[in-house]
Design a protein around this ligand. Structure first.
Ligand SMILES: NC(=O)c1ccc[n+]([C@@H]2O[C@H](COP(=O)([O-])OP(=O)(O)OC[C@H]3O[C@@H](n4cnc5c(N)ncnc54)[C@H](O)[C@@H]3O)[C@@H](O)[C@H]2O)c1
Length: 457
């Protein structure tokens, strides 16, 4: 039974994985190329910001050791989980640049090791990357044979930033691509001991697992986009309310309620890029991933359409406040966030934009440098804003009252993409409230629908 594991890459996922493994009694050697990350872990501290990570590392300190040296990790463990960046390249594929470098180091170390060593890739890659991109590096550098002297697996995680450790320990299922049964058995045994909920392990070929991983995000984002499309339609139907529709829709067990809330475009480090990657893969295979390509195209069109809608409301002398700059509530991650796009595009078209986020202000400020004023408090934003765009479901925004908004100078437009604000704002005569996915009470909308059904024109 394997007791000593190594984790290559102590970033958001790797450090969390190291903490989670150690909390379940495994001895963990963590490797990173960044001296500071190594030092922090050895001091019992979190190398990156992530919920409970510091607690997991400090409480299990006696079972975690970090090093810069891949060889030390390979020689003192039986299995290595590799979780280094695989950034998107200009074609939309995932670059193996970092993984290739790590596999070189691991291969050299395996060459010096007497016994069998199992190498498990956890980073997101496209089908074929493990077998045809990375396995040959291990064979070349070690001078040994895959399957015989070392194992090759692909086993990605299904986690969300902000709940990585909890998600890792309580997965719906674990996904395991294996070169052969021997290396797969080792990984499944570790998962059985580590995961807290007895999740089933789906075992398959390396390529099927690589495809499954990106398919999960591609499918979930298609579902989100479907709800966004319904929200758009609801705005043109008398009495239309997307929450009423999706609530019923989600009650159908074939569909389910999760990720079915019409609101704004999805963002973050994974969702958008996985659709692009699937589109790229399909093209390389002589096929077309039409659904993923459309999901991506539709998703990118949403903030663009919002900008066109807001511009006429934000004429000369007006200020727009963008509330929410991260890609989801209570996160500091601003990658592909709708709020960042809106703030940047509106500012580029000459609108004065102020912005605020409870956690992402610092990362947003560097993204929006010189173009948008990122303010320290919500109230500072509201004091100046003629138009307020609420892009995330942060609790602080849901508590906005009409009396917090700017007074004088006409009604303040509040565009609430998640329909999070209360009646006090919605019903205030000083506010022009726009809830995404909610129809305006308008004769024009009713007339249009009536015309559609006029059987005696
Ligand atoms: N962040 C997410 O939400 C998420 C979700 C699912 C999957 N993933 C995938 O997980 C992988 C890692 O993501 P992350 O967010 O943890 O990245 P990250 O950038 O936070 O961490 C990667 C770490 O790897 C280290 N590293 C790079 N090359 C190395 C090497 N040769 N040896 C040792 N360490 C090395 C870096 O110094 C860094 O600390 C990516 O493939 C990503 O697509 C990420």
């Amino acid at each position: 039974m394997i007791q000593n594991v190594s984790v290559i890459g102590l970033g958001k996922l790797g450090a969390s994985m190291a903490g989670a493994f150690a909390s379940r009694g495994l001895n963990v050697i963590g490797v990173d190329i960044n001296q500071q990350s190594v030092d922090l872990v050895n001091e019992g501290r979190a190398p990156v910001q992530e919920t409970d990570l510091e607690k997991y590392i400090s409480e299990n300190r006696e079972r975690i050791h970090a090093t810069l040296n891949h060889e030390e990790a390979v020689l003192n463990s039986d299995i290595s989980f590799v979780i280094v960046p695989t950034p998107s390249d200009e074609n939309g594929s995932f670059s193996l640049q970092y993984a290739g470098w790590a596999y070189k180091e691991l291969g050299r170390a395996i060459g010096k090791k007497d016994g069998y060593h199992n190498v498990v890739l956890t980073s997101t890659v496209l089908p074929g990357a493990s077998r045809y991109g990375l396995l040959p590096i291990l064979e070349k550098q070690s001078g040994k044979n895959a399957g015989q002297d070392f194992g090759v697996c692909y086993s990605p995680e299904f986690i969300a930033l902000g709940s990585i450790i909890n998600d890792f320990l309580h997965p719906d299922f674990t996904l395991l691509g294996e070169l052969d049964t021997k290396c797969g058995d080792q990984v499944e045994d570790i998962y059985r001991r580590v995961m807290l909920n007895g999740a089933p392990c789906k075992r398959m070929s390396l390529e099927n697992a690589e495809l499954t991983k990106i398919s999960v995000n591609a499918f979930v984002t298609t579902k989100i986009s479907f709800a966004n499309m319904l929200a758009d339609l609801c705005e043109e139907i008398p009495g239309g309310d997307v929450d009423v529709v999706t609530d019923a829709l989600g009650a159908d067990k074939r569909i389910g309620a999760k990720y079915l809330k019409g609101a704004i475009s999805f963002g973050g480090p994974c969702f958008p890029r996985d659709n692009v990657a699937l589109g790229y893969l399909a093209k390389q295979l002589g096929r077309q991933a039409v659904i993923s390509e459309t999901t991506d195209m539709y998703n990118r069109s949403i903030p663009e359409a919002i900008v066109e809608r807001v511009k006429p409301m934000a004429g000369k002398g007006k200020t727009v406040a963008v509330l929410g700059l991260s890609y989801k509530p209570m996160s500091h991650v601003v990658e592909e966030a709708a709020g960042i796009f809106l703030a940047r595009s509106l500012a580029a078209s000459g609108v004065r934009v102020v912005a605020y986020d409870p956690l992402a202000n610092d990362s947003a400020a560097s993204e929006l440098k010189g173009k948008v004023v990122v303010l320290k408090s919500l109230q500072q934003c509201l004091d100046q804003a003629d138009v307020v765009l609420v892009t995330t479901q942060d609790k602080e925004f849901a508590e906005i009252k009409a009396s917090d908004l700017k007074s004088g100078g006409g009604p303040v437009v509040v565009y609430d993409f998640w329909r999070a604000l209360g009646d006090d704002v919605r019903n205030s005569e000083h506010v022009k409230y726009i809830g995404a996915g909610l129809a305006k009470d308008s004769q024009k909308i009713a007339d249009r629908l009536e015309q559609l059904w006029d059987l005696n024109p």
